[in-house]
Design a protein. Structure first.
Length: 573
């Protein structure tokens, strides 16, 4: 017996040494991985691309640097013609995938003329004379050889070798995490944990090999997403290890949504048609929830179908981005903006009836981003924010569920056993974890409600340390900054608005979740993208990531751009 006890004691010592060493190794590996990915995303050159010239009388030339260009007198126009007879927003010049160009009148005062005939929309031919406010010009697209040269000169994405190195580092990180939970976990949970982490490893390598097959070299965005999913799996392995396989299935479904969004955006005309399907689906998800949904913790936002539980409002976020993104010729039409405002009000109204005010706030922030990018009007945004303030006061008066959340905000230590229970425990456990954490599976936070979803960041902070928490937040911020940087050289407003809105949703959710956990903001119950346990949230996060990926303008990076047989971007399909 003494011999057996000695062996068991030695094993226990080795396990503790390994878990203790992992406390130092994990943040170092995570930092190296994120540094490699983020550096590539945030340091690429953003040089403008010239797709055509507008030749004016007297030999003057105006460069056309986008596929969608507003022509007008306003300094915000893509092509500025500073002439009194030209409207502030006069026309929209659009290039299509087949290399053709079309000009539309943007409800200008004097109209647009082509070869002396007033038009509302006209497919341009070589030598067509365009007249805008009396200023005549001829469109001169760049040649096919120049297009190919433009594709070759575009900033290259990181190499495939870099992608393989990043995935290898992530795999090592996942293996160490999995081993820590297998050694220190409870009996009966090993199989679920192994399948959870092992499945993530298989999925990330399969997706990378798929990219090799379609000749894409950029894998930083996906690597960051898989890293976040890994930390979410670590929280589940601590709190509810039996749900690891369920979360893996959610990741598979999320990847399917990611690829579906990419496929739909591969053809802009197809994407524009998808907007109408998305518009109907976005409202339908919420109406079905209103009728058949189940109420949990004051919010009627869950739909139970047999053994499955869904949160349809998460899927509506992806639909909302599709509806909000639009082509430039529709953006300059105020009627379309008004219709989008009505649609947004309907979405937020449904969420208010469901008492899901946290999700309503996220939709409203997304609406502000879209409204500003489509109108450029600070006044419109100010009016919308004022309306939100009024609606918020009304909501607090009529919705006791929302009022209870606000009543505990900034007063959690006055009610540590009731309204402030989750947050006081979160703060104490994160403080006990310190910079490096207590080790995988060694925390106490798992005994608190929703520590793998609403306050998942506290579970990670306690076991993996504050440094790891900061790196997780940095990863989401990097995705948002990348979307904004890509917008500056985006070819289509559809890609730009979609990517920036998707990034804003991910960022706002991260802010609400993280700051709500530590009582800086009210705890709204929103999920942390890629980390919180839940299939609906995971599908939404990956779906939104598809918009960010599609807006990547680096060479051979986005799957929304087709390639030639030579492996460079095809600019004239």
């Amino acid at each position: 017996m003494n011999y057996v006890s000695a062996i068991l004691d030695a094993q226990d010592v080795y396990i503790r040494v390994f878990i203790g060493a992992l406390r130092w190794i994990a943040p170092v590996l995570a930092f190296v991985l994120l540094f490699r990915c983020i550096k590539s995303l945030l340091t690429f050159r953003r040089e403008p691309e010239i797709w055509a010239w507008l030749n004016l009388a007297g030999g003057r030339k105006l460069s056309v640097t986008h596929w969608e260009n507003v022509i007008g007198r306003s300094k915000k126009s893509d092509i500025v013609i500073d002439f009194a007879a030209v409207s502030r927003t006069h026309a929209v010049l659009t290039r299509y995938d087949d290399g053709s160009w079309l000009i539309r009148d943007a409800h200008s005062k004097d109209g647009v003329f082509v070869n002396g005939t007033k038009i509302s929309a006209h497919a341009l031919q070589p030598e067509d004379v365009i007249s805008i406010g009396g200023v005549e010009m001829v469109l001169q697209p760049i040649s096919r050889r120049q297009e190919q040269r433009l594709a070759q000169l575009r900033t290259k994405a990181s190499s495939l070798m870099s992608g393989f190195v990043n995935v290898f580092l992530l795999t090592v990180f996942q293996l160490l995490c999995c081993l820590a939970f297998l050694l220190g976990g409870e009996e009966g949970t090993a199989q679920s944990v192994l399948m959870g982490f092992g499945g993530l490893m298989v999925l990330q390598w399969l997706l990378l090999l798929f990219y090799v097959c379609i000749r894409r070299t950029s894998y930083e965005v996906e690597t960051i997403a898989f890293f976040l999913c890994t930390m979410g799996m670590a929280a589940i392995a601590t709190v509810a290890p039996e749900e690891a396989v369920k979360q893996l299935i959610a990741v598979v479904m999320g990847m399917a949504a990611f690829l579906l969004v990419g496929w739909s955006l591969r053809d802009l005309e197809r994407a524009k048609k998808m907007r109408y399907v998305a518009a109907v689906a976005g409202v339908a998800f919420l109406l079905i929830t209103l009728v058949f949904g189940k109420e949990y913790y004051g919010a009627k936002n869950w739909l139970i179908i047999g053994p499955l539980s869904l949160q349809p409002s998460e899927l509506s976020k992806v639909c909302f981005v599709f509806v909000g993104a639009s082509a430039m010729d529709r953006i300059v039409n105020k009627r379309n903006l008004l219709l989008f405002i009505v649609y947004s009000a309907a979405i937020c109204g449904c969420l208010a009836l469901m008492n899901d005010f946290g999700t309503a706030l996220i939709f409203f922030c997304a609406f502000l981003v879209i409204a500003y990018m489509r109108s450029g009007s600070v006044g419109t945004i100010g009016l919308a924010v004022s309306a939100l303030g009024f609606a918020g006061v009304v909501a607090l008066k009529i919705a006791p569920h929302a009022l209870r959340r606000f009543s505990s905000w900034r007063h959690i230590w006055e009610m540590p056993l009731t309204g402030g229970y989750q947050q006081t425990r979160a703060l104490m456990c994160m403080a006990s974890g310190g910079l490096l954490g207590l080790g995988a599976g060694q925390g106490w936070m798992k005994h608190v409600l929703a520590t793998d979803s609403d306050v998942v960041i506290a579970t990670i902070g306690e076991e993996w340390g504050i440094i790891m928490v900061l790196m997780l937040i940095l990863a989401v911020v990097a995705l948002a900054v990348f979307a904004v940087r890509s917008a500056a050289v985006g070819r289509s407003s559809f890609y730009v608005i979609g990517a920036c809105t998707a990034a804003s949703i991910l960022l706002v959710q991260t802010i609400l979740n993280a700051l709500g956990t530590v009582d800086v903001l009210p705890l709204t119950g929103v999920t942390l993208p890629f980390l919180s346990n839940g299939g609906s949230s995971m599908i939404c996060s990956w779906g939104l990531l598809g918009f960010i990926k599609a807006a990547d303008t680096r060479q051979n990076a986005s799957f929304a751009v087709k390639l030639t047989k030579k492996g460079v971007e095809d600019t004239d399909e």
